[in-house]
Design a protein around this ligand. Structure first.
Ligand code: SAM
Length: 294
């Protein structure tokens, strides 16, 4: 059998199993060995690591990961790929394939079972239709993860790295930058995939901080404020927050908090930095209610 990660090896295995690509699952398989080697290199995987691969496809990257890591957990939603994975990974005893939707899996429990609760590394060529929910889940649910090295749509990598004032700035940028240090590692053209995606791709590495770069009393409250601010990003912040169900904030209260922080009351959420959101949350959260008196 020709090596996976090449056009001929991929076609051979797809033909053998009469596999049809499922567009709804974002299936674009890597067919470039040079890119695969680089992804493994920048993931920094060692023989001590337990690696989670989200969406192994036909097992191309899984084979590379299995050669480097102590253990690989590969979670694939498409049942049609399971017999293929059994075939392509038959030479590796350190791989566990789970046929499940990654967004339905209890990752904390899985890491507890497979790695004694110790932090794992995530390496994946992600299905692009669910990149944001996967990343948000990995970050916000405090799953023990040391680093996340993932192929994403180029525009999404831009969103992860950008700051206030940019049109790409939003809840994803703030979550990524609060929990991790993002670094763009590789730019990947559509020709490296089968079938070719319509968009350019980027491999980005997110290294989890042991201590976030800003201090906030109630992390969950800060992210509730951030979500509400960007749900109505064209509105003034005071209106977005005062209208947001669940926050229970009065317009005057938000205005007062902005005044205390020395920010204009007409400001939009997209102009606030991570530090600003942390400060605002400390003033408006339950722990800080007494800071505002009328
Ligand atoms: N890792 C392979 C590669 O690089 O060639 C395939 C990557 S392909 C971009 C994304 C993979 O994620 C597909 O195999 C797809 O079936 C799988 N997938 C899509 N949605 C998923 C989900 N919710 N949970 C787990 N896997 C999913």
């Amino acid at each position: 059998m020709a090596a996976l990660g090449t056009p001929s090896g991929t076609i051979e295995i797809l033909k053998k199993y009469n596999f049809n690509f499922q567009k709804k699952y974002g299936q674009n398989f890597l067919i470039d060995t040079h890119i695969l080697e680089k992804i493994i290199e920048v993931s920094g995987i060692t023989g001590e690591d337990c690696v989670l691969e989200i969406g192994p496809g036909i097992g191309t990257m899984t084979q590379y990961l299995a050669r480097k890591a102590k253990h690989v957990i590969a979670v694939e939603i498409d049942q049609a790929l399971i017999p293929i994975l059994e075939d392509t990974l038959s030479g590796h005893t350190n791989v566990t394939v789970i046929n499940e939707d990654i967004l339905k899996l209890d990752m904390k429990q899985m890491i507890e079972e497979k790695n004694g609760g110790k932090p794992i590394k995530v390496t994946a060529n992600l299905p692009y239709y669910i990149t944001t929910p996967i990343i948000m889940e990995l970050l916000e649910s405090h799953v023990p993860v040391e680093s996340i090295t993932v192929m994403v749509q180029k525009e999404v990598a831009d969103r992860m790295q950008t700051g206030p004032g940019s049109k790409d700035y939003g809840a994803l940028s703030l979550a990524v930058q609060y929990y991790t240090k993002p670094e763009v590692m590789i730019q990947v053209p559509p020709t490296c995939f089968m079938p070719k995606p319509k968009v350019g791709s980027t491999v980005i590495r997110l290294t989890r901080y042991s201590m976030p770069p800003v201090k906030v009393r109630e992390e969950k409250h800060m992210f509730a404020l951030i979500r509400a601010s960007f749900n109505q990003r064209r509105k003034m912040l005071v209106n977005s927050l005062a209208n947001a169900p669940g926050l229970g904030l009065a317009k005057e209260e938000v205005e007062k908090a902005l005044e205390i922080m020395g920010l204009p009351v007409t400001i939009r959420g997209e102009k606030l930095s991570l530090e600003d959101f942390a400060g605002l949350s400390d003033l408006l959260g339950n722990g800080g209610k007494n800071h505002i008196s009328f």
